[in-house]
Design a protein around this ligand. Sequence first.
Ligand code: PLP
Length: 421
Amino acid sequence: MPDTAIDVRPAVQAPFDLKALRDEFPILAREVHGKPLVYLDNAATSQTPSRVIDVFNHYYTRYNANIHRGLHTLADEATAAFEGTRARVQAFLNAEDSRQVIFTRGTTEAINLVAQSWGRQNLSAGDEVLISMLEHHSNIVPWQLLAAERGFTLKVIPVDERGALDIRAYRALLSERTKLVAVNHVSNALGTINPIKEMARLAHQQGALILVDGAQAAPHQKIDVQDLDADFYAFSGHKVYGPTGAGVLYGKKALLDSMPPWQGGGEMIKTVSFEPSGTTFAETPHKFEAGTPAIAEVIAMGEALGWVESVGIEAIGQWESALLAHATERVSQIDGLNIIGTAPNKAGVLSFVVDGAHSQDIGLLIDQLGVAIRTGHHCAQPLLHHFGVEATCRASFAAYNTLEEVDTFVAALERVIKMVR
Ligand code: PLP
């Protein structure tokens, strides 16, 4: 064979058995509008493997019961599985203690918990909270609501033209007035990965705390809250191959212990009395978990984290980077397509606009070809306005996506662009 015929491109292969892994996700076998589903909306929610779905069946057929208060076997089993999930999350985050894991409905509720409990207790006029231009609305609006009530100032860390956080501006914004830095680890709209460890170090130098919205980081990279030195870290189960309705707030133990409850009700009390100040509260974490939690969802989330660990989070991140690189290269060749968000350090998110084509039209038409992407403002309106757009198309990748799916997506996109232009 002549030399010129030798294919010297490096073989790009998933660092796991991709076919076997896909087989674990029953939904990936379905068709949409008569075409095989190509699911590229993973930043909104990821799909769920059978072993996670099976948790629901097992829970409701074997041990459905309310937790903590029961003396019967089913209540014991449900409590053990629920509380056992705390240890699973502790290991996933490398937290020191499982009591630092608070179960919430998701990232949004976790951030609201910090705002309403720690924020209401610690923030007042003259204080400053730093958020970034990259934030999801769930890490903007809770602080705006509280700022209106408590009178502190909210300041925004800018981004550069690639969508990378301006660290110089961050340093300049930090002062002795800064009480909290609340930033995402990875931007859902652009994929930018923020240098959280460095940001935490700088925040702590000024005596400020750091809250990390890890909704888009937990599915893609190893999270070590001790190494990051995060004071609070939040993520959602449904973006880590788990169910909706369950998420996590991690906090440093001393901080959590010093914080008041934010919602009152059952489960979060020690004693209740009609005497003034007669009601006493449970210890961390239960004082933050009023009412019956999403028991099956929390247990299933733990199973999803177990699934991620069995594949290997580093392997998942590595594969998503390969998918992103391939997709970026392919779409860059499309005439009039502009990628929004080209930071050097990016997770598997590809946001783009196309000259002469509305993002919404692209989203609707590409769905007819079986390809699920997201179009809109991605709950990051200030960021999109900063880039001068109202909406983008966003393809986002997960462990189960294939290079062939990326090619199908690009071919479908080219077809759709021709139709709408
Ligand atoms: N933060 C980021 C960066 C997100 O991407 C999302 C969801 O898209 C959220 C917060 C909110 O997560 P949830 O809706 O699960 O509370």
